[in-house]
Design a protein around this ligand. Structure first.
Ligand code: NAP
Ligand code: HSE
Length: 429
């Protein structure tokens, strides 16, 4: 039986889950794999903080050197979050000849070039399954199982917090701020939940997945991002009436001109596989040129599912140390594919206009849309209240984003339009 000593960096939601999993399943794992994972030290900020797991107090330290300077610790497991000091710790561990397991998508998506290259140069293993999809093995699937495919299309629900919030808003008609606090209590949200709501966490994740599918680094700065902060229960209800469920989607699609990579709230047809993904679940719908469609589904956040991915990575890293082999490189290609700007994306759209209910209003709006070659597929206007703004909801046929933005700019300047138009994109089926 080989004992492998691990330094845990962070004992928050995920770190506690990892500690608990090793304590609970360590013996079973050792019998099954011949590898015994032992947590030797745990780095935290505050030694006195009450924690959900009862780790012996002598394991806790606030001195990073007790982990990075200990030659017995072979694997550093970074579970802090944020960019610094997490990035420095990851690089320091790799340079000190230690394997690294991390759940930190922010560091990988914003500084992946440096981190992946350092892993390659030092010949150290770097595993990050928990950075995307919580307990869903999407990283391994892309790195190993589907590595022979060109991934033509990846459409995913990658943020458990947003999916939880959208599910509760739709099913209970509750406003967004009320549900955010609930997601925080469940340990789903980031330490700074605006990362989830703004779509940035999803952008981090889709950038990491696109890096894997393309074999070259794609920074999250290149991803077009809209979050869910502006969504109102009214839009979710209209979408439902029209046969859609509203989801925050992350998309990476290969088109003739290059790669489209974007994150935004999207109307998903009710019969679509992603429409039934509720609460903190994530789902990844992939289309490879040889394998065809593949769907992965599971819990994308929370202590236990995330710990499941982290500990599997610890075992992979331990196996690699045991065999003395070098991990395969992550970045094969020197240059990224061309990225298609958002203005050139073609989609169907949902618009909600806030217009005064006067004769001729609809024809004015339709006229501007027509001038920009935007064709209307359907319209609903519920209430008639003379002199007051009423919602007019329209669905369009396919149109180019650039034309849509210009048309809405002109429509929102009309005297009869009382508030900026809400725009949502519709998932192509
Ligand atoms: P968290 O609950 O906020 O825990 C962070 C831990 O890091 C805490 O134990 C904290 O110490 C420690 N820490 C922070 N800054 C430190 C510093 N400068 N020095 C020493 N210790 C420091 O975060 P989390 O939810 O576990 O997330 C950890 C990572 O996993 C993040 O990268 C996150 O994006 C990722 N992730 C989270 C989930 C999830 O469901 N939560 C899922 C997948 C991936 P104290 O406890 O002493 O304050
Ligand atoms: N805050 C993230 C989410 C954690 O809700 O998806 C998992 O990465």
């Amino acid at each position: 039986m080989e004992e492998v000593k691990v330094g845990l960096v962070g004992l928050g939601t995920v770190g506690s889950g990892v500690y608990e999993l090793i304590a609970q399943n360590g013996e079973f794992i050792a019998q099954k794999t011949g590898l015994r994972l032992t947590v030797k030290k745990i780095l935290v900020r505050d030694l006195a903080k009450p924690r959900p797991v009862s780790s012996p107090p002598e394991l806790l330290t606030t001195q990073a050197e007790e982990i990075f300077g200990d030659p017995e610790i072979k694997i550093v497991c970074e579970l802090l979050g944020g960019i610094e000091p997490a990035k420095t710790y990851i690089l320091e561990a790799l340079r000190a000849g230690k394997a690294v397991v991390t759940a930190n998508k922010a560091v990988l998506a914003e500084h992946g070039e440096e981190v992946f290259r350092t892993a390659q140069e030092t010949g150290q293993a770097l595993f990050f399954e928990a950075a995307v999809g919580g307990g869903v093995p999407i990283i391994k699937t892309l790195r190993e199982s589907l590595s022979a495919n060109r991934i033509q299309n990846l459409t995913a629900i990658v943020n458990g917090t947003c999916n939880y919030i959208l599910t509760r808003m739709l099913e209970e008609g509750r406003p967004l701020p009320e549900v955010v606090a609930e997601a925080q209590k469940l340990g789903l949200a980031e330490a700074d939940p605006s990362l989830d709501l703004s779509g940035l966490d999803s952008a981090h994740k889709i950038a990491i997945l696109a890096t894997l599918t393309q074999g070259s680094y794609i920074s999250s700065e290149k991803v077009y991002v809209e979050g869910i902060e502006g969504l109102e229960p009214l839009d979710l209800a209209f979408a439902q009436e029209l046969g859609f469920v509203t989801k925050l989607l992350a998309l990476a699609c290969l088109k003739e001109g290059g790669l489209e990579i974007r994150v935004h709230p999207t109307l998903v047809p009710q019969g679509h596989m992603l429409a039934s993904v509720r609460l903190a679940y994530n789902a990844f719908l992939l289309k490879g040129d040889f394998v065809g469609q593949v769907l992965l589904y599971g819990l994308g956040a929370g202590a236990k599912p995330t710990a499941s991915a982290v500990v599997a990575d610890l075992l992979d890293a331990a196996r690699q140390l045991q065999s003395g082999t070098s991990p395969p490189p992550l970045l094969y290609r020197a240059s990224s594919p061309a990225l298609i700007p958002m203005e050139e994306v073609v989609s169907r759209y949902y618009f909600r206009f806030s217009a005064l209910d006067r004769p001729g209003v609809l024809s004015k709006i339709a006229g501007i849309l027509g001038q920009h070659q935007i064709s209307i597929a359907s319209v609903i206007q519920k209430e008639r209240r003379e002199g007051e703004a009423v919602p007019i909801v329209m669905l369009t046929h396919e149109a180019r984003e650039k034309a849509v933005r210009q048309a809405l700019k002109e429509i929102d300047q009309l005297e009869v339009v009382a508030a900026p138009t809400k725009l949502l994109r519709i998932l192509e089926s």
